[in-house]
Design a protein around this ligand. Sequence first.
Ligand code: FRU
Length: 502
Amino acid sequence: MKYFLICILIAGCSAPEKINHESYNETHRPQVHFSPKANWMNDPNGMVYYNSTYHLFFQYYPDSTVWGPMHWGHATSKDLIHWQQQPIALYPDSLGYIFSGSAVIDKDNTSGFGKNGIAPMVAIFTHHDPKGEKEGRNDFQNQSLAYSLDEGKTWVKYEGNPVIKNPGIKDFRDPKVHWFEEGKKWVMALAAADRIIFYSSKDLKTWNKESEFGNNVGAHGGVWECPDIFPLEYMGKKVWILIVNINPGGPNGGSATQYFTGDFDGKTFSPYQTDTRWLDYGPDEYAGVTWSNTGERKIFLGWMSNWQYANVVPTEKWRSAMTIPRELALEKEDSLYMVASQPVKELDVLDKTSVNLKNIDAGNFDLTSKTGKISGPVYLNISSDKIKSFSITLSNTLNEKVVIGYDESANNYFIDRTKSGKTNFEKDFASKSIAPRLSSAENVNMILVIDDVSVEMFADNGLLVMTAIFFPNENFSRIHIGSQNDFKIKELTFHALKGIRH
Ligand code: FRU
């Protein structure tokens, strides 16, 4: 009662979240991935690390389980794995809905938003004006600022919004800002229909256009959205990675994340490659970008769904989850720089029991005979000296299954969810997704992060990633490995994982 009274006196205050263990056990609720307690979620937004806390903001519609007027929801974590959902951070206002964007810690108070030595957390986002859109105008998406002096709990919108006015481009959104130390300035990558526009600023408020990139390179099967740009190093060589999400036009239909490697001088991005590369070939990773303020580490998170069916997936109380956070690294394959992803090492806080097996004949191997019936999320790591066609089948007593594997004749990895249970909510959901193997190594390794409703596959040290969701009528309880060839698994490590609310 006392808390309630204090709360109604302090604007913006809301009761601390009580973890209700039961509420994370609904049918199809992910157990090791962040999902909102209730209602609609899409893109991760404003990801920033500050004072030992990871902040995750996200596209959120608190009044329904389908997309609607966008807010920024908020969750925090100390370890990237256990999340605490916080009160809504940003609400729609007279300039429109709050679409995707980023957040930075303005350490030097370049914006002047800081007070009493407190560095402001500044959110840079798109204001989407639904009225302008309805009227058929082209300038209804503009870039705006908000800041927080209490670590993201309460926010003030900048009175000078918008800070970048729309020049007449219908799709003009999703600003991702970072501090470009060499030029002592802020740099923004902004998605503008079929290209990325770079802007720079000394104070986050006044922005100058620097250059455009990409209208004639990469994939263009849909509109470009949610970019990100950051450097990664490979043996002392600094390579800039430009992430560009695209919808539709992904390699297995609908939404997906592509990337370019190149140089960046604070003005212009000069690509090393003009072909299309995908950070994740599966159908269910989208709008993925990285955390800011994490030093040398680059940690990536995507929305684990696809615009093709996100609004109709069969979950009742909430819709969608995020991927497992992924550590990005630069690799070199046949003289090409490539980005590799791995689940963050923090995931091992969830290890419950483990089984380690060596020299398995993978012809017809029931893993469950060694581990016991599967009853929850699993981390599986397998490696072999040779690569041959093989499959890993997750199944239940209803004969529903998801098959993950490698096909040597086509040199493809695949995830087949055609018989995975509930699939008829959308005509193309019952699909087999494929991805060309990018590595030419003779050996193979594969990590699978398996949740009750998703699998993330990291093959060849994370050079090839595929994410897929599924909705079985009964959770998968068996894992079977099969191969038509003489395929030996040199080592297999199985970890049963605790759920993040247990
Ligand atoms: C990507 C996206 C963004 C936009 C947001 C709206 O999924 O379409 O481009 O800002 O979602 O919710």
